[in-house]
Ligand binder design. Structure first.
Ligand code: 4NP
Length: 175
């Protein structure tokens, strides 16, 4: 086999081997795209982008194709997270097969994901804030509350992302 084909095969194998993480909220315009941006940056800072793939989606369909909420993007930008290229999409049944870890931002999202999933795949789905030691179990929805809600979303997501990265690194011996 030519070296280039061999190399391509290896790259394909590595892509297939990536640990796939899906962040889920209701609209996929505030909390889960923020979680995608924050966790992606932490993965990149740890030089693990060839090993971990991060995506996000919403249980609802209202905002499909839209960029994240401008208030989320602005709050994220002040902490150096870029959300500008993201576009909302809805969770698909095949996401349950394709992703290894699926994190719900709140208990309603968790319930909706469990309902969509088959029993043998439900072990992949959990509350994002069960990563870490937060006093919060859910990431509060900032869409209608506004104000400091967007800062709280970032605080909670940053802490959970640090814990998640640590646990993936040790569980999958990544470093
Ligand atoms: P998210 O916030 O679930 O964090 O993206 C929401 C965005 C939109 C709506 C609700 C929550 N909505 O009702 O349109």
């Amino acid at each position: 086999m030519h070296w280039n084909s061999c190399n391509n095969l290896w790259l394909f194998f590595m892509a297939e081997q990536k640990i796939k993480v899906l962040m889920v909220c209701l609209g996929n315009i505030c909390r889960s795209p923020t979680a995608e941006a924050v966790f992606t940056k932490k993965v990149q800072d740890a030089n693990l982008e060839t090993r971990i793939l991060v995506d996000s989606a919403g249980t609802g369909s209202w905002h499909i194709g839209e960029p994240p909420d401008s208030r989320s993007m602005q709050a994220a930008k002040t902490r150096d997270y870029d959300m500008s290229s993201q576009r909302a999409r809805q969770v698909l049944p095949q996401d349950m097969e394709q992703f290894d870890y699926i994190y719900a931002m709140d208990k309603q999202n968790l319930h909706d994901l469990w309902t969509m999933s088959t029993p043998e795949l439900q072990h992949k789905i959990s509350l994002f804030l069960h990563q870490g030691n937060s006093n919060y179990e859910e990431v509060p929805d900032p869409y209608y509350s506004g104000g400091d809600g967007f800062e709280l979303v970032l605080d909670l997501i940053e802490e959970a992302s640090d814990s998640l990265l640590g646990s993936l690194v040790s569980r999958h011996t990544l470093i």
